[in-house]
Design a protein. Structure first.
Length: 219
């Protein structure tokens, strides 16, 4: 997706661009890059970052609320290609953010959880990884930043297929679950989980010659 980068006409209502009470009028006549009397960013902003020391430049646009990014922010290359869709709450990433290559193909999805920076601690409902579709309440210390949460997907842009996934729970990378079918057996129609000792024994002797286990019975 290509976006035509536009030039902005500066209209000052104060001493300068970054001074309280300043803003910019866009070519469509809309008010942009407003800094209010408290020196806080408000409303729609367009921010340009030029290339520097090999780092690719970009332009991003979205809304500020009391100096914090809020809602949907779009990231564009300096050629006008959409390269990212990010979602913010309280100035931190929140929800699923997506990133694209210059051809518009999806290359990565990230899951984030924003914490309210106005609170020292935050109470969150998270899914219990040991009991799917069940949730538990946790209290976390608020560091004032977004934390990784949910499934991260990495795509092959040429096919659109997922190459790799990672799952985070409140910043912690979860290890893949073992196959429930390998660790359980069915008895009278009910799924019974094998005791840990049995699972460890089977793993230890996997691939070895079949072992005869004495059960106390006489021949």
């Amino acid at each position: 997706m290509k976006r035509v980068l536009f030039f902005l006409m500066l209209f000052t209502a104060g001493a300068g661009y970054s001074q309280p009470g300043s803003y910019i009028i866009g070519v469509k006549g809309d008010t942009l890059n407003l800094v209010d009397s408290r020196n806080m960013k408000q409303g729609k902003w367009v921010i340009r970052v030029d290339e520097l020391r090999g780092e690719t430049g970009y332009e991003e646009e979205g809304v500020f609320k009391n100096n914090r990014k809020e809602g949907t922010w779009r990231i564009y290359s300096l050629d006008g290609d959409l390269t990212g869709l990010e979602f913010y709450r309280w100035g931190n990433k929140d929800g699923v953010c997506q990133y694209f290559n210059s051809s518009g193909a999806l290359v990565r999805e990230e899951g984030w959880r924003a914490l309210n920076p106005d609170k020292l601690y935050d109470t969150l409902e998270i899914e219990d990884i040991d009991h799917l579709n069940e949730y538990k309440t946790v209290i976390v210390k608020n560091e004032g930043v977004a934390i990784r949460n949910g499934t991260w997907k990495f795509y092959d842009p040429s096919t659109g297929m997922v190459n790799k996934t990672q799952t985070y729970t409140m910043g912690k990378l979860e290890t893949p679950r073992s196959d429930p079918a390998a660790d359980s057996t069915k008895i009278a129609g009910r799924t019974m989980v094998k005791p840990k000792e049995v699972q460890d024994f089977e793993k230890k002797n996997a691939g070895k010659k079949k072992i005869r286990v004495r059960d106390g019975a006489t021949d």
